[in-house]
Write a new protein. Structure first.
Length: 202
C-alpha cells in the first residue's frame, strides 16, 4: 500500500517535499527509494503523534502547509492530492476527506499547526469542529473512492471487489483473498502492513 501512496505522491507537481513517519524499517527503505525524508519512530505511536512530529520538524517555516496521506489508502491518486492542495490556497485553511466510518482519510492545512490532529473514531467531525473554533470554514473534498481505508478485513474484501490498477489490488487479487477471509481471517489481515505518511507542500 505504501508503494501505491508514494507513487501517487511522486506524481504531484505542487509538493515541495515528502516525509514518511514510521517505525518499520522495511517501510523506511521503500520511502527512501522514493527520495522521501524518513522520520523513524522507536515504536508505532499512532497517527496523531506522527503528524505532530512532522509539525515539529517543520518548526521555523511558519507558513508551511501539510497534506496528510495515510498509507492505508492505496487508491489515492495524484489528482486527489493536487485537488486538496488547490482547496487550501489561502492561509489559514483546512480541507479534508471523510472516511466511510466517520474518520479522516485526507487532511490538508496551512499552516501545519493550525489545529491539533485528531485522527481516530469520528475524527472528521472533530477536525471540522476544531476548524470552526479557529474561525476557519473547513472545505470537504468529495471523493467517494477515498472513503475506504484498509484496516479491517471487511475493508480488504471491499477493496478487492472494486476495479483498481494499484499494486495493492493486484497483490491481494493474486492471493485468493476471499477464501482467506472466509477460512483464515487473521491471516488475511496480516498480509497488509499499515503505515503512516505525511507529505509537505508550500
Amino acid at each position: 500500500m505504501l508503494e501505491d501512496v508514494l507513487t501517487a505522491v511522486d506524481a504531484c507537481e505542487r509538493l515541495t517535499g515528502v516525509i514518511v513517519v514510521t517505525a518499520d524499517h522495511a517501510a523506511a527503505a521503500v520511502a527512501r527509494r522514493h527520495e522521501a525524508i524518513v522520520l523513524m519512530e522507536t515504536a508505532a505511536v499512532g497517527m496523531n503523534a506522527a503528524v505532530l512530529r512532522v509539525v515539529r520538524y517543520l518548526t521555523g517555516n511558519s507558513e508551511a502547509g501539510i497534506v496528510v496521506v495515510p498509507a492505508d489508502l492505496p487508491q489515492v491518486s495524484a489528482h486527489d492530492i493536487e485537488a486538496m492542495i488547490g482547496l487550501i490556497d489561502r492561509t489559514p485553511a483546512i480541507a479534508l476527506v471523510r472516511s466511510s466510518d466517520g474518520g479522516t482519510n485526507l487532511f490538508a492545512c496551512p499552516p501545519s499547526d493550525v489545529i491539533a490532529p485528531s485522527f481516530g473514531p469520528e475524527s472528521f467531525n472533530a477536525h471540522c469542529d476544531a476548524a470552526v473554533r479557529k474561525g476557519i470554514r473547513p472545505t470537504v473534498y468529495l471523493a467517494p473512492h477515498l472513503g475506504l481505508d484498509i484496516d479491517q478485513r471487511d475493508d480488504i474484501a471491499a477493496f478487492v471487489s472494486r476495479q483498481s490498477s494499484t499494486r495493492t489490488h493486484a497483490y491481494l487479487s493474486s492471493l485468493d483473498i476471499h477464501a482467506r477471509l472466509t477460512t483464515h481471517p487473521s491471516d488475511a489481515l496480516s498480509l497488509v502492513s499499515v503505515g503512516r505518511k505525511v507529505t509537505g507542500h508550500d
